[in-house]
Design a protein around this ligand. Structure first.
Ligand SMILES: [Zn+2]
Length: 320
């Protein structure tokens, strides 16, 4: 049995999966690879995690308390300001070699042979030209927008939504927030950060169809994941054996994402974990026989591990 971090053994497995000679892949069947990505994939781009220390407080607000439907209902202007800032932060960094390697993996395999589930809302995979047909953003995206009318029943229902809208600022009223101006720097005379100016409803992003408010297309605390998307993922998982499960930059503790690893294992998959702490004592304890664990940055490791299928990853062209 190869060592858990044997790059050559992993690459050999990948070649066998692609050629159909791996045991799980029945003769003549296309390979099937599932990936689950988390914040660690974007870490090399320089993006602080949502719960990370640098994002512990936004102005005087706890981000965890702003990412809720209740907060949006109470003060949509404040929540939109927070999301304008998060969009700005995500746009200020670039996709890394890990994002590009996964996009290249998708292009190297037949349609439906690869499904990439990401918990990241940062838009970096789409910006790395990851083919949309193999990408599922489980928690939505900072750059998706949808009408609040999508939550209404009856005649007031509106299904307007848009994906990957990278406009900045979205509306003039959000320009300061989008620029990331540190408004906390100027203190009031009592030394407290100033209260953020209220943004009137009519100045917030509006649905072009029904003039209701648009909201960020992310899954907030207390909200369910997109059931249509989950249904599609479940169907893909159930459609036959899975050869390989890539767990990238995530400790995969959040359900339902974490459940996919077990489902893939049940479907025959060898699990390969690529994460900074993949080779920690705890990480290694979770390994089954034949699994792989590569401790390191996804941006460094993925281009090397996937090279048998994607070739040498070219330096990505600089974004305009
Ligand atoms: Zn609408």
């Amino acid at each position: 049995m190869p060592a858990h971090n044997d790059v050559a053994a992993f690459q050999e497995l990948l070649r066998r999966i692609a050629s159909g000679s791996h045991t799980v892949a029945a003769a003549g069947r296309s390979p099937r690879i599932l990936a689950l990505c988390g914040a660690g994939l974007s870490a090399a781009s320089g993006l602080a995690t949502f719960r990370g220390s640098t994002a512990a407080l936004w102005h005087t607000h706890d981000p965890m308390e702003l990412a809720t439907p209740e907060a949006f209902a109470a003060d949509p202007g404040l929540v939109w300001r927070f999301y304008a800032y998060r969009r700005h932060t995500a746009l200020a960094v670039k996709p890394n070699a890990g994002h590009y390697a996964l996009a290249a993996l998708s292009r190297s395999l037949p349609t439906n042979s690869f499904l990439c589930l990401t918990q990241n809302v940062d838009g970096l995979s789409p910006r790395a030209d990851h083919p949309p047909e193999s990408l599922r953003t489980l928690h939505g995206s900072l750059f998706d927008l949808r009408c609040v009318g999508s939550e209404r029943e009856g005649p007031a229902h509106c299904d307007y939504s848009v994906e990957d809208d990278f406009t900045e600022p979205l509306v003039p009223a959000l320009a300061t927030a989008a620029e990331g101006v540190d408004e906390t720097a100027s203190k009031d005379s009592d030394g407290k950060p100033p209260t953020l100016p209220h943004i009137p409803l009519e100045e917030l992003p509006q649905c072009p169809k029904c003039k209701s408010l648009l909201r960020p297309g992310v899954v907030w605390f207390g909200e369910a994941l997109d059931q249509e998307m989950i249904k599609g993922v479940d169907q893909w998982v159930a459609a036959g054996g899975i050869d390989l499960m890539l767990v990238i930059g995530t400790s995969a503790e959040v359900y339902p994402a974490a459940g996919y690893i077990e489902e893939a294992r049940d479907a025959g998959a060898i699990v390969a974990t690529i994460n900074l702490d993949a080779e920690s004592r705890e990480g290694l304890r979770a390994l089954a026989s034949g699994d792989f664990a590569f401790g390191g940055s996804a941006a460094d490791l993925l281009p090397v591990l996937l090279e048998p299928l994607i070739g040498k990853l070219e330096e990505p062209k600089v974004e305009a």
